[in-house]
Design a protein around this ligand. Structure first.
Ligand code: FAD
Length: 458
C-alpha cells in the first residue's frame, strides 16, 4: 500500500528517509557479509583496458591519457608519489584473465589464467561464456572486445577518493546527463552520433550541439507528423521531455548514482598534503548537503534496488540455474544462504517501489526500448572514464542498475513469460551496487550528524 511511485519524491510520507534508513539498518549487515566475505561476490570481471572510449578520441582526448584525464593538484610533484591521483586511481591486487573457450575445454579443472590470490576459490569466481540478451540494459562486458576481461578484487580496490577530476570527469558526467534527452521514438543517440572520433575541447561542444540540433529536428518532425493540421509550433526538446515520467526516472537513477559516488569519495577522502584518509565534511556539504534533490535521488535508487533484490529473491531461491561455486558444495551453500539472507531482508517490508507505473502508456514499448538504449550508452560511456578504479566502480554500478532494471521490467513480462537468466557479472554488479547505496545511506546519516554537531557547537 505504501510503494514508492516513480513519480514520488522520496521524502513523501510513506517513503520517508527514515523508513529507508530503518530498512537499511536491517539489510546492511547481511549485505556487507555477502559482498565482503564471499569469493563469488567480491570479484568482478570486466574489460578495463581493452576497450576504447566510443564517443571521443581517447588518444588525444579525455580518457586513456592520464595527463588530461586525471586532474592533479597544482603542485603534485611536491607530494609523495603514493598520494598522487595517478597512483590512487590504479588497480590493486592480483588480476586473472577470463579463460578463453579453448582453455575452458582443455583445462576445465583450473581454467583461470593468472591467480587471484591466496585462499580465493576460483570455482566461485570464474563463469562460463555468456551471451547477450536483447533484454539487457547494459552492454555485456565482452562486446566488441577481443578479450573477455580481467577478474579483479573489489575488496582490494575500494571506491573512494582518487583525485580524478577536471575536464575529463566533467565531460563524462555531462555526457551521462545528455543521454537523458528522451524523445518519443528513435532519437539519434550518442552511440551513433559520437562514433567518429572527435578531439577534446571544442569538439566536445560540437558533440553536444549535434545532439541538441538532432533532438530539435526530431521534435519538430514528430509534431509535424503527429498533427499536420495544427499550426506548426517550434517547441524545444525540453518542453516535450518534461511530460515524460520515464525520462525523470532515468535522470534520477543517474543523479543518484553520481550522488553515491560523491558520498564515497567524500567519506573515504585522502588529504593529499597530510596523507590522512578521513571523512571530509566540506566535500559533503559542497556536493550533497546543499543539494537535497541529489540526496533524494540517492534514496530513490536505494528504494529501486531494494525492490529489484526483493523481487529476485524467489527466483534465486527456486531456480536451479544459479550455482555460485561450481564443484565446491560447501562454499556454494554458504554463498546461497548469504544471498537469500539479503533478499529476505530486502523483502521484509511491503513493496517499496512500484515499477508497474512505468512504460504503461500507449508508447510504452518504444519508450522502453529508448530507455534501454540510453542505459546501454551510459554503460559504454564508462569506457571514457580516465581513472582505472573509477572506471571499475562506474562500470560495475551501471551494470548493477542495468541488472536491477532488467529484474524490474523484464521478469513477469507477459511478452516473455520465461524470465531472463542473470549472468554472474550481473548478479555481482547488482548486489555490490546495492551495497554501495547501503553504505552511502549510512555515510549520509553520519555526515548529517557531523554538520548538525558543528552547527550546534558554533
Ligand atoms: P562533478 O561530481 O564532476 O559533477 C559535475 C557537475 O555535475 C556538477 O558541476 C554539477 O552541476 C552536476 N552534478 C554533481 N552531482 C550531481 C548529482 N548527484 N546529480 C545531478 N547533477 C550533479 N572520483 C573519485 O575520487 N573517486 C571515484 O571513485 C570516482 N569515480 C568516478 C566515476 C565516474 C563514472 C566519473 C565520471 C567520475 C568519478 N570520479 C571519482 C570523479 C568525481 O565524480 C568528480 O567528477 C570529481 O570529484 C570532480 O567533482 P566536481 O565537484 O567537479 O563535480
Amino acid at each position: 500500500a505504501c510503494a514508492i511511485s516513480p513519480k514520488a519524491i522520496v521524502s513523501d510520507a510513506c517513503a520517508s528517509y527514515s523508513t529507508l534508513e530503518r530498512l537499511n539498518r536491517n539489510v546492511k549487515p547481511a549485505l556487507d557479509e555477502l559482498t565482503q566475505t564471499t569469493d563469488f561476490f567480491s570479484h568482478y570481471r570486466l574489460n578495463l583496458f581493452n576497450k576504447r572510449c566510443p564517443f571521443w578520441n581517447d588518444e588525444n582526448g579525455m580518457c586513456g591519457n592520464i595527463a588530461c584525464a586525471v586532474e592533479t593538484l597544482d603542485n603534485e610533484e611536491d607530494i609523495p608519489q603514493v598520494w598522487r591521483a595517478s597512483e590512487l586511481g590504479k588497480l590493486e591486487g592480483p588480476h586473472a584473465k577470463h579463460p578463453g573457450k579453448r582453455v575452458q575445454k582443455e583445462r576445465p579443472e583450473r581454467p583461470l589464467q593468472g591467480k587471484l590470490g591466496e585462499g580465493v576459490g576460483e570455482s566461485c569466481v570464474v563463469e562460463y561464456d555468456d551471451e547477450c540478451d536483447e533484454r539487457d540494459y547494459c552492454v555485456a562486458e565482452d562486446e566488441s572486445a577481443a578479450s573477455k576481461g580481467d577478474y579483479v578484487s573489489l575488496l582490494r580496490n575500494p571506491e573512494r577518493f582518487t583525485g580524478y577530476a577536471g575536464d575529463g570527469a566533467k565531460g563524462v558526467w555531462d555526457a551521462v546527463y545528455r543521454e537523458n534527452c528522451f524523445q518519443k521514438s528513435s532519437f539519434p543517440s550518442s552511440a551513433s552520433l559520437g562514433k567518429a572520433p572527435t578531439p577534446r575541447g571544442p569538439a566536445a561542444l560540437d558533440f553536444k550541439a549535434v545532439i541538441e540540433a538532432a533532438g530539435r529536428q526530431q521534435v519538430l518532425e514528430q509534431q509535424r507528423q503527429s498533427n499536420p493540421l495544427t499550426p506548426f509550433v517550434a517547441k524545444t526538446g525540453l518542453e516535450v521531455e518534461d511530460e515524460c515520467l520515464e525520462k525523470r526516472v532515468f535522470y534520477r537513477v543517474m543523479s543518484g548514482m553520481h550522488a553515491s559516488i560523491s558520498t564515497h569519495l567524500c567519506w573515504d577522502f585522502l588529504n593529499q598534503t597530510t596523507g590522512q584518509w578521513q571523512p571530509n565534511v566540506g566535500c559533503y556539504k559542497a556536493r550533497l548537503h546543499t543539494f537535497p534533490d541529489r540526496i533524494s535521488n540517492l534514496y530513490f535508487n536505494y528504494a529501486l534496488l531494494t525492490r529489484a533484490v526483493a523481487k529476485l529473491g524467489p527466483y534465486l531461491a527456486n531456480s536451479g540455474d544459479y550455482t555460485f561455486c561450481s564443484g565446491e558444495l560447501d562454499q556454494d551453500a554458504a554463498t546461497r544462504a548469504k544471498v537469500l539472507a539479503v533478499t529476505e531482508k530486502a523483502g521484509s517490508v511491503p513493496q517499496i517501489f512500484d515499477e508497474s507505473l512505468m512504460f504503461k502508456n500507449g508508447e510504452g514499448p518504444s519508450l522502453k526500448e529508448d530507455f534501454r538504449n540510453r542505459f546501454r550508452n551510459v554503460s559504454r560511456l564508462m569506457d571514457c572514464v580516465g581513472c582505472d578504479k573509477c572506471r571499475l566502480w562506474g562500470k560495475l554500478q551501471t551494470a548493477g542498475y542495468g541488472a536491477a532494471l532488467k529484474v524490474l521490467f523484464e521478469f513477469d513480462n507477459s511478452e516473455h513469460p520465461e524470465p531472463p537468466v542473470l549472468k554472474r557479472t550481473e548478479l555481482v554488479a547488482l548486489f555490490n551496487t546495492y551495497a554501495r547505496l547501503s553504505s552511502s545511506l549510512s555515510a549520509i546519516q553520519k555526515f548529517r550528524n557531523m554538520v548538525e554537531d558543528a552547527e550546534a557547537a558554533a
